[in-house]
Design a protein around this ligand. Structure first.
Ligand SMILES: [Zn+2]
Ligand SMILES: [Zn+2]
Length: 252
């Protein structure tokens, strides 16, 4: 299983400048997890957009999906006269209505996305076959809007938290994974009743509780101290820790 970080940033990204996006290649297919701003341009510098068989969106915040519009243009530029949709766009529950409202607001036709991808909404906890030997499963996290973590099981296992505060359900989803890609947005833990993100230390606590082999920290603000987040994480997780950067490739 090969993972390419296309975007490691939060809503306003530093580093390469991209928000969330991860390309996973396994079992002979390409899977894109999230498609925040900048991700489509980086993706098409690596491979044709039409080669992405599955796109899975964690939640409907713009930094996780807005470049679907750009990516759709890239697909039709690759393949003119597309006879029928190819590939699948897996949206969270309610994602179809949210995208429909956006298409309407920007005067794009209602079938702008569905003419290119088979669009469906996933259900929490249900396993989705992506290819022979590769499946996806989602579980709800804790965020300001409904958000889901995504687990892929193939030649290796990987869980991506999306955006979340500490979550028992995501801990169960990630149980025993080879790699946990965990958001580490915050320098300090949130106080107060409304929570939606993790610190590096909290990401590490999640990784330890889930018994994962390896941890990648991601979803950083433009001014985040990524090394400090990793230092905090090392106090609670004793396996290998990667700091996500746009363009980073690792094998799981
Ligand atoms: Zn985000
Ligand atoms: Zn979010």
């Amino acid at each position: 299983m090969r993972l390419t970080v296309l975007g490691s940033g939060a809503a306003c990204a530093g580093d390469g400048g991209n928000s969330s996006g991860y390309l996973v290649e396994d079992a002979g297919v390409c899977v894109l997890l999230d498609c925040g701003h900048g991700v489509a341009s980086t993706l098409v510098s690596l491979r044709p957009a039409s080669e992405i068989e599955h796109i899975v969106i964690s939640h409907m915040h713009a930094d996780h999906f807005i470049d679907l519009l750009a990516l759709r243009f890239a697909v039709t530029k690759d393949i003119t006269g597309l006879a029928k949709p190819q590939g699948v766009l897996h949206l969270p529950p309610g994602g179809g209505d949210a995208l429909g409202a956006i298409l309407d607001a920007v005067c794009f036709p209602p079938d702008f996305l569905s003419s290119v991808w088979n669009v469906c909404e996933y259900q929490s906890g249900r396993s989705i076959p992506l290819a022979p030997g590769l499946s996806a499963r989602m579980a709800g996290g804790v965020h300001y809007i409904p958000g889901w973590g995504i687990r892929l099981d193939g030649s290796a296992s990987l869980t991506y938290t999306g955006d979340t505060a500490p979550s028992d359900d995501l801990c169960e989803l990630a149980r025993g994974c080879d790699l946990l890609i965990a958001e580490a947005t915050l320098a300090e833990p949130e106080c107060g009743p409304v929570k939606g993100h993790l610190t590096g230390a909290q990401a590490a606590e999640l990784a330890t509780a889930a018994g994962v082999a390896r941890l990648m920290l991601t979803h950083f603000w433009y001014d985040a101290d990524r090394d400090a987040a990793a230092d905090d994480a090392r106090r609670s997780f004793h396996g290998p820790i990667e700091i996500a950067r746009d363009g980073l490739v690792i094998y799981v």
